[in-house]
Design a protein around this ligand. Sequence first.
Ligand SMILES: *[C@@H]1O[C@H](CO)[C@@H](O)[C@H](O)[C@H]1NC(C)=O
Ligand SMILES: *[C@@H]1O[C@H](CO)[C@@H](O)[C@H](O)[C@H]1NC(C)=O
Ligand SMILES: *[C@@H]1O[C@H](CO)[C@@H](O)[C@H](O)[C@H]1NC(C)=O
Length: 550
Amino acid sequence: MAGGNAGAAAAAAARLVFSFMGLLVPLLVAGDDPYRFFTWTVTYGDIYPLGVKQQGILINNQFPGPQIEAVTNDNLIINVFNKLNEPFLLSWSGLQQRRNSFEDGVAGTTCPIPPGGNFTYIMQAKDQIGTYYYFPSLAFHKAAGGFGGIRVLSRPQIPVPFPPPAADYTVLIGDWYKANHTDLRYMLDSGKALGFPDGLLINGRSWNGYTFTVEPGRTYRFRISNVGLATSLNIRFQGHTMKLVEVEGSHTMQTTYSSLDVHLGQSYSVLLTADQPGFDYAVVVSTRFTTKIISTTAVLHYTNSAGKAPGPLPGGPTIQIDWSLNQARSIRWNLTASGPRPNPQGSYHYGLVPVTRTIRLANSAAIINGKQRYAVNSVSYVSPDTPLKVADYYKIGGVFSVGTIADSPSYGSAYLQTSVMGANYRDYVEVVFENNEDEVQSWHIDGYAFWVVGMDGGKWSPASRQGYNLRDGVSRYTVQVYPRSWTAIYMPLDNVGMWNVRSENWARQYLGQQFYLRVWTPSTSFRDEYPIPKNALLCGRAAGRRTRPL
Ligand SMILES: *[C@@H]1O[C@H](CO)[C@@H](O)[C@H](O)[C@H]1NC(C)=O
Ligand SMILES: *[C@@H]1O[C@H](CO)[C@@H](O)[C@H](O)[C@H]1NC(C)=O
Ligand SMILES: *[C@@H]1O[C@H](CO)[C@@H](O)[C@H](O)[C@H]1NC(C)=O
């Protein structure tokens, strides 16, 4: 029951469209695209995901939160009421917020919704399809829930490269701690490590707590996202294989896998055909690259089930990195399939566009002022008192400086800074993520999808380019970097704004492994970037400013 207001929606829609028109002036060009309205109330509530009572963050009383279902180009109008006792924001992982980083809902772009307050996000799933999710971005709220699935379906006239599935299931997998988000945050603030997660969840439930029902002979889509905090995961279905069809908005070559690695923040769609004898099969999720392996299960229930399927639970890879690297390399873009538009995905030849700039980003762990921190190119990010984007809009000085993080690693000692990298609209950048640590990394860039052109062990050098896949790498928004390895991406800077580049390992993100990329143009045209929303909350040094003339 997405939105929780479905019953009143029909009557309210016309009135709401009218009242929101004032907020939507720059979006009027998109006036033909449908509007979907959601009213969400965020509260604390008791949840028992691992059998012990915890204060979860609920959205409309749900954990995980309600699902957003949209079609390409739909306008999403989401009014979020914060009933927590602390500031709150939702962010929308993978929704590109084209020309509109004000709506991105991270600390660097959007003022927090104060306790008791509300804020209406006005977004558009512009030129997008695929599997995404939302999550609470401030403090350490993500450890308490507040996340949910987003699916953007193709418009009816656009061909999808597989028949419509019998049902489309969201599978939010992730690790979980029994300690609550304030205690976890306190541990990080006082320089302690979080330690190993206490368990894994599938759609908010532990062992056999969640059931996916299938009818014999039919084919289902499972949209799998890793919404956890600390660990890469592997997923597999007892007795079944998965056909990969989509990765973060790209239709893939439909390769069959018996198990799939899903790194922090990543999303995959697979098709599963219920072609086995009627039983209850296990859906197994387990941790990857950890010395201690933990796992959990959900149930794949056939409507003609004769009970629990015989045989052991399917085993999966545990610490094997080469296995994962090979699987990652086997994931290819289907060049002839349509994406959000009718023309084939491969009609954009990402490998033929000249690179105008190379950015090399090296992660590191460092002790700063006696505490554990994490850094990128030696800078450990600290949040300013005013969102960067808001300060930029009002030209408030002293909040940040462009150029406070270098284009390549210096390997010097790490320091604290509000790091913002400047970049020019329409540049075409190569970004190389260099991981000199023993821990797998997962990097996400807001506002963009990018092509993964290469990944390998060892150190990257210009010669590594000879091995790039310049033809059919997938376009996605979150990519892993294996231990002591590198990953390279190509990204057209076609979206003006202030964009968060972050680790999806949530302790690392919280402790500074992130920065903002300011994609800038001298143009002030709405065609390049929308002005601040009229309903924007204003905070910090922007408090008391006016948004725009009404
Ligand atoms: C978290 O747990 C601590 C006790 O360990 C408690 O004092 C605090 O109020 C809890 N916070 C939330 C948000 O539940
Ligand atoms: C808060 O919700 C009201 C409707 O209840 C809406 O009119 C208003 O624009 C919302 N506030 C913000 C800042 O979006
Ligand atoms: C690629 O997409 C086309 C649809 O254009 C489809 O017919 C074909 O089967 C797909 N190829 C693979 C290997 O998935």
